[in-house]
Design a protein around this ligand. Structure first.
Ligand code: HAM
Length: 433
């Protein structure tokens, strides 16, 4: 093993024994999004680098430090660090604003790539479930997006997740706010990290989510966007709060949320847990009313969120939440001899085509070892076929839990008869709770 090539630090394998956790989260999220009228969008894993520079923003950590980029003579491609940019590119490029009724409601389950410093809950390749709504400027749309995220979180059984909301205004209120930020940071210019010193002119709000301890300390008492909202932005935020109150969604106002991507306007929000350590933001999102225009489309309001699936699963594990188990083996067909093997192959085929998880021996094991294997698979039923069974055309089906035995013909009626017994068994299990 010493000369084996290992995986990169910051990526993960998901083994079949763990994948049911992923299925649980992906299915609950997708099903909930469908109930809210969202349709699934699939987007490419990489895009032209410029797409992310333009949308995520050239002064963000994501663009400045974390992109996986491949450059050629006339091209530069980047593995998606997030889904919003690609999703909005797809919306514009496919003319969806013209062809589909508004608001457009899209969701996606994707892998994302950021070359970050790895720690618990922070990976280089991670996965997001994201949802985007395009075309509505109404604060009721903000409330519905938040409600969708909240609903997914609740359906997964997560507890103690706090919803933090904030408004970071629009370009109109920002020009004044930026002046205030520059005045605040200017006296500390020499103490700031190199990146932030540069950001001070171009995009002073980025200083507020710098990961450097020193910049964080300096920025502690910086002016807040929420104190500089124009009347339209303030009204939008008031209405959103009113809707959330009426919908019974609890939140706290957190004026420190600025988010790490440049496209946000007005509402921003995060769902945060303390169950998984420092990287406790399991979901983040907000409005990005300027992005579609910035990307070359007509001015179109939009908003969305994305959940970090690794963080969601980690929180569920730490909180002891239930995952849907992938059904284990329904029936194991043990065999002795070549004729039995052939019969088992045919029976397995017909059981599988009826939707049962059936298994038979592929390792030339003896019967005892085959039954051990059936146990390991958690088979609900077993049947053993040998020369005797081949001659009589019958075999004994055994319920592995109760030990109950039933004689069945091993011809083409087998899977139907097995189906009846299996249904009765499942019914019994359910009534036992
Ligand atoms: P984000 O806050 O950058 O937003 O990422 C969303 C979520 O992805 C985070 O809350 C976190 O759970 C997870 N995440 C981010 N980086 C990592 C990482 N390195 N390792 C593990 N998990 C991570 C966005 O990406 C926006 N596109 C969300 C959005 C959609 N806003 C509007 N629409």
């Amino acid at each position: 093993m010493s000369n084996m090539i290992k995986k990169v630090n910051g990526v993960k394998d998901v083994l079949p024994s763990e994948v049911y956790k992923w299925h649980t989260v992906e299915r609950v999220a997708a099903r909930t999004a469908e109930v809210y009228g969202f349709g699934e969008l699939r987007i490419p894993t990489f895009e032209n680098t410029q797409l992310f520079v333009r949308s995520v923003g050239e002064t963000t950590d994501v663009v400045q430090k974390e992109m996986f980029t491949v450059t050629g003579r006339n091209s530069s491609y980047t593995l998606r660090p997030e889904g919003t940019a690609g999703a909005m590119r797809a919306v514009l490029e496919n003319g969806m604003l013209q062809s589909d009724p508004l608001p457009l409601k899209l969701f996606y389950t994707i892998s994302c790539f950021r070359n970050e410093r790895v720690q618990a809950g922070r990976l280089k390749e991670f996965h997001q479930f994201g949802a985007e709504m395009v075309g509505s400027a109404s604060p009721a749309a903000d409330a519905q997006m938040i409600s969708l995220a909240d609903n997914i979180i609740r359906r997964l059984g997560l507890k103690d997740i706090e919803l933090h909301i904030n408004s970071i205004g629009c370009p109109k209120c920002r020009s004044e706010y930026y002046k205030g930020l520059r005045t605040f940071f200017e006296p500390h210019k020499d103490e700031l990290c190199d990146t932030c010193r540069e950001r001070l002119e171009k995009n002073p709000m980025r200083l507020l989510d710098c990961k450097s301890e020193i910049c964080r300390e300096i920025g502690k008492d910086a002016p807040l966007a929420i104190d500089h909202l124009c009347s339209e932005c303030a009204e939008h935020f008031e209405k959103l709060k009113g809707y959330l109150d009426k919908m019974g969604i609890k939140y706290m106002i957190d004026p420190k949320i600025v988010r790490g991507l440049d496209y946000y306007t007005r509402t921003v929000f995060e769902f945060i847990t303390t169950s998984i350590g420092a990287q406790g933001t399991v979901c983040g999102g907000g409005r990005y009313d300027g992005l579609l225009e910035e990307m070359g489309g007509a001015p179109t309001p939009a908003l969305g969120f994305a959940m970090g699936l690794e963080r969601i699963i980690m929180t569920m594990e730490n909180q002891g939440c239930e995952f849907m188990h992938t059904p284990s083996c329904d029936i194991y067909i043990g065999t002795m001899g070549d004729a039995a093997k052939e019969r088992a192959l045919i029976l397995t085929e017909s059981l599988r085509s009826e939707g049962y998880h059936a298994e038979c021996d592929l390792m030339d094991r003896g019967v005892r070892a085959q039954m051990k294997y059936a146990d390991k698979l958690g088979a609900a039923f077993s049947v053993i076929i040998g020369d005797n069974e081949i001659n009589t055309g019958k075999a004994v089906l055994k319920n592995m839990m109760s030990g109950e035995q039933t004689e069945l013909l091993i011809d083409d009626t087998f899977s139907e008869k097995f189906g009846d017994i299996h249904t009765a068994h499942m019914f019994e299990l359910e009534s036992l709770g």
